[in-house]
Ligand binder design. Structure first.
Ligand code: FE
Length: 212
C-alpha cells in the first residue's frame, strides 16, 4: 500500500511501504536487543550517524594545510597520524589507526582497500563510490600507473608509486605535495586547494586554473 493517500496540489515522490528486507529486519532486531540489554541507549545509533555525517574532506584538508605550513606539526603527523589529527581537535570515534603518507618528488602514494571499503572516515567522511567498487580495488594494486592515468594523473617513470592497502584497523591519508606558487598563502587558502581525491592519492593538488 501507499502512505500517500492525502490530497496535494503539488507532485511529490511516492513513499511506498514495502515489507522490510533481510538486513532491515536484522538491524532492527540487533538494535532493539542492544537497547533492551542496556548495552546502548535508544538514541545512540542516531547520534553516531550524526557524528559520521559531520565528517567531510574539509577536515583532511585542514590537516594537510597545517602540515604544509608547520614543519614540526608535519613531523608529528607523519609519526602518528591519529594524535596529529587530535591535536587539531579532530576526534576519532573508533579505534582505527591513521598513517599519513607523504608524497615527495620521489614517491607518490595511493590508497586502496582491496578487501572492501576501509577508508579514513574520521577525516574524510564517506568514501566515493569508485573507491568501493571492484575495478579500482583490484586494479590499484596491479596497475596503479594506468589507474592514475585514467584519473588524468601522469606519474613520471622515475617516481615510485606506493600503494597502501587499508584494513579495518589501519587507515591511510595521503599528504599531497604543496603546489608551487603558494608561498605565503594562508592556511585557509591552502586548505581550499586540497581535494578528497588528492588525499586518496589519485590526483595531485593543483592551483585553480584562473591563477595558473
Ligand atoms: Fe575495507
Amino acid at each position: 500500500m501507499s502512505v500517500h493517500e492525502h490530497e496535494h496540489d503539488h507532485p511529490h515522490d511516492e513513499i511506498s511501504v514495502e515489507s522490510a528486507g533481510y538486513y532491515e529486519i536484522m538491524e532492527t532486531a540487533v538494535r532493539e536487543l542492544l537497547v533492551a540489554k542496556g548495552m546502548i541507549g535508544p538514541g545512540e545509533i542516531r547520534r553516531q550517524i550524526e557524528v559520521l555525517d559531520s565528517r567531510t574532506p574539509a577536515l583532511g584538508a585542514k590537516i594537510v594545510a597545517r602540515a604544509w605550513v608547520d614543519p614540526d606539526f608535519r613531523a608529528r603527523l607523519l609519526a602518528d597520524g591519529r594524535t596529529g589529527c587530535e591535536e587539531l581537535g579532530i576526534s576519532f570515534y573508533d579505534d582505527t589507526a591513521l598513517i599519513v603518507l607523504e608524497n615527495t618528488a620521489e614517491v607518490h602514494n595511493l590508497i586502496v582497500c582491496t578487501l572492501c571499503s576501509c577508508y579514513p572516515r574520521p577525516v574524510l567522511g564517506l568514501p566515493p563510490d569508485w573507491y568501493k567498487e571492484k575495478p579500482y580495488r583490484a586494479r590499484a594494486v596491479i596497475e596503479p600507473r594506468k589507474v592514475l592515468a585514467e584519473f588524468g594523473t601522469t606519474i613520471p617513470d622515475d617516481v615510485e608509486i606506493r600503494v597502501s592497502d587499508s584494513t579495518s584497523m589501519v587507515r591511510y591519508l595521503v599528504l599531497p605535495r604543496r603546489p608551487d606558487g603558494t608561498e605565503g598563502w594562508s592556511e585557509e587558502a591552502l586548505a581550499a586547494l586540497v581535494t578528497r581525491d588528492a588525499m586518496i592519492g589519485v590526483v595531485p593538488v593543483t592551483l585553480p586554473e584562473t591563477i595558473q
